[in-house]
Ligand binder design. Sequence first.
Ligand code: SAM
Length: 306
Amino acid sequence: MTDAPHVPVLKSETLALLEPGPGRRIVDGTFGFGGHSRAMLEAGAEVLGLDLDAVAFGVCQNLTAEHPGLQCQNISFRNMDQALKDARWEKVDGVLLDLGVSSFQLDDAEKGFSYRMDAPLDLRFDQTKGQTAADLLREMSEVDLADLIWKWGEERGSRRIAKAIVRGREEEPVLTTWQLRALVKSTMPNHIKVQPILSRVFQALRIAVNDELGALTEILAKLPVLLRPGGVLVVISYHSLEDRLVKQFIDREKRDCLCPPNLPMCVCGHQASLKALTRKAVVAGKDEEATNIRARSARLRAAKKI
Ligand SMILES: C[S@@+](CC[C@H](N)C(=O)[O-])C[C@H]1O[C@@H](n2cnc3c(N)ncnc32)[C@H](O)[C@@H]1O
């Protein structure tokens, strides 16, 4: 194990695909602690680092003294087109999206990302905008909460948990991570391990609060225009729904016609914009899995603009 605040996942695989080097401009849409970006800067590339999180943005800014080829913006990757304009970049040679949450965010009690520390139930990457997880738990109906926990947490006990939350909030508002933890625990017999269930409930709330699938859908639609011919997209996902979105996007964009097969001729006029660089999702090797727990659920897919 390492003491670094965040160990980048599938780093060598990412670098082999993005081929950072002098004269190459790469957007790191999820800068985080800058693990991937540092390696790309050291290889000589220019990097535009984006992150919604103020701490990650600060880490990026501090690094600019050491790396003049680095620019930073505290903005969502869904607005990458705007970010490029502000950076005075046109098309780019590569885009990296290493989705989800980083280890330093999980360790930051203030954000409420982890049920291990008692903290306000926030879960926003950008703590200046939008609803917190506590807001969602106050406002959503039992049915909607159950759907959310089922869909984005893939948690089978979603209905029981939603019911306990709604009952609990009638007594007092659910404002902290440990209140939520207690409510989830109250739905289960003592001999069942609660940690995996808590992880799934917190994941579902985090995805909802940050509209993570919406942001991914939006940026994927914009990417073919932002990449220059030959430019490479690398996405590392940690959730099956994210990975499915990326897979379906690449499968669609590598095809010339999207018409149903029974049509005698193409009427959609769609033209392929990408070539897949990964036939199946790339996963971490045994050594990486053993030393970096986050790597176990990582799925990397990549494509090249044609
Ligand atoms: C898994 S971490 C990235 C880690 C990074 N690759 C590294 O090596 O340190 C994901 C980061 O993406 C950020 N993030 C999540 N959604 C975002 C979005 N829509 N726009 C910008 N940043 C986002 C999070 O705040 C977090 O810092």
